[in-house]
Design a protein around this ligand. Structure first.
Ligand code: HEM
Length: 406
């Protein structure tokens, strides 16, 4: 997070939750323990897919799939964070859909001043904040307005019912009873700004990352027809085994072919450069090949180097081969050095299990229900804006499968 400060000064945005690393550690613990429950929350996706994609008896073209995916994902993710009491409010869902985009102007400012010193770029980017601009302020107000009565009710119920009170499992509750997050928690004086900003960080970290990756995987599904039948068979088998009941965490683990397909989609569609990290050793870090990085310098990974290296990725690294990760027994959530989509080390992404299950949930449902193609029917060449891979500008076409009975 420290290394992204010059480009995205989150400490100016979430001013009441300056130590985001501490929140991330707690999130990691919580996600690992509650992954079963988190997965059950993803079932609201099915309703959301029916609502936003529809029956598609006639082919339906979706020209802005990222927007549709933000609509779909906002429903389960707001339920995970805000609980049942306030996850359905339109203003909360609106925040889930739009918060990240409200900062995107900052990210696209080319860091030219960083060539002199990163500090200079940060000074430049933060000028509007120092004059009082913060697009998060209105969302913070919304969150506070919605969670204040919920927190009051939960604290009252806990006081009244004592041990008989069953605490909700959502992230909001973590901020009310986890001493690692709020060591000085005082029920009579709840730091609601801190809770609101911490929930805002969750929204920023989870929404656009997951929806962009889901959409990329959907394009891959539309482009790589040769894998659809095999994925369809796996999806049908899993549905049969669970008698069409709600899918559990274990059912998601059985989607091994889909898992590998998703991981290949991650590998195949990435920026050239990313994952900036600051060198924090005492003086100089020396690589095996003799290259050196001085303390304090930001290093950025070259993804092309690792994603398309035959020695690391196996045969035909330039080719999309959906089951290469299944053969290596490397699941999509596995942290490994040859594919750093979720980072590496102690700050690797704590939300990856939720994100991958979310992507699986959408693809599983889409594979069973629709035939999916693109408007042009062609795989477009990759285009980059600087080191950033451009989004795909082609409509996704959904059509109900003839053999789908639902
Ligand atoms: C496909 C979706 C996602 C991608 C590609 C992604 C990617 C990443 C990456 C690359 C990092 C930095 C890791 C590092 O510095 O080594 C990260 C950190 C983080 N992610 Fe994700 N993420 C995704 C979804 C999520 C979700 C759903 C959540 C929340 C539930 C989440 C929460 C976080 C948090 C809190 C951190 C900071 C961790 C720390 O600093 O210790 N992410 N993510």
């Amino acid at each position: 997070m420290e290394a992204t400060k010059p480009q995205l000064p989150l400490h100016y945005i979430f001013t009441y939750s300056p130590d985001m690393t501490k929140g991330a550690v707690v999130l990691k613990d919580w996600m690992a323990k509650k992954i079963d429950w988190l997965t059950t929350r993803l079932h609201s996706n099915i309703k959301a897919i029916d609502m936003y994609i529809g029956d598609c008896v006639e082919p339906k073209v979706i020209r802005d799939p990222v927007k549709v995916m933000l609509d779909i994902i906002s429903i389960p993710f707001s339920s995970v964070a805000f609980g049942d009491e306030c996850c359905h409010y339109d203003d909360i869902l609106d925040m889930f859909r739009n918060l990240t985009a409200s900062f995107s102007k900052l990210i696209v400012i080319p860091p030219l001043l960083s060539f002199i010193h990163p500090w200079l770029h940060q000074q430049f980017v933060t000028i509007p904040f120092r004059f009082g601009w913060n697009p998060y302020s209105k969302y913070r107000d919304t969150i506070i307005r919605r969670i204040r009565p919920v927190i009051e009710k939960r604290l009252n119920d806990r006081k009244k019912l004592g041990d008989d009170w069953v605490a909700p499992m959502d992230l909001l509750q973590v901020f009310l009873d986890n001493p690692r997050v709020t060591p000085d928690f005082d029920p009579n004086n709840v730091d609601i700004n801190f809770i609101a900003d911490s929930l805002g960080v969750f929204v920023i970290a989870s929404m656009n990352t997951t929806s962009n990756r889901t959409v990329t995987a959907l394009y891959d599904l539309a482009w790589r027809k040769e894998y659809v039948q095999e994925l369809y068979k796996e999806a049908q088998e899993i549905n049969k085994q669970c008698n069409c009941n709600e899918l559990t965490y274990h059912d998601f683990n059985k989607m091994v072919k889909l898992d590998s397909f998703i991981k290949e989609s991650f590998r195949n569609f990435d920026d050239i450069l990313g994952l900036p990290h600051i060198c924090i050793v005492k003086s100089i870090y020396t690589f095996k090949n003799g290259y050196q990085i001085p303390k304090g310098r930001t290093a950025i990974l070259n993804f092309l180097d690792t994603h398309y290296d035959e020695e690391i990725q196996g045969r035909d690294p330039m080719k999309f081969y959906a089951f290469r990760h299944l053969e290596r027994k490397a699941s999509a959530t596995k942290i490994e050095r040859n594919l750093t989509i979720f980072g590496n080390g102690k700050h690797s992404c704590p939300g990856r299990f939720l994100a991958v299950n979310q992507i699986k949930m959408v693809l599983h449902h889409v594979i069973l229900k629709y035939n999916i193609t693109t408007e042009t029917g062609k795989i477009p060449p990759k285009r980059y804006l600087g080191p950033v891979l451009n989004r795909v500008y082609d409509g996704l076409v959904f059509e109900k499968r003839k053999d789908n009975v639902n």
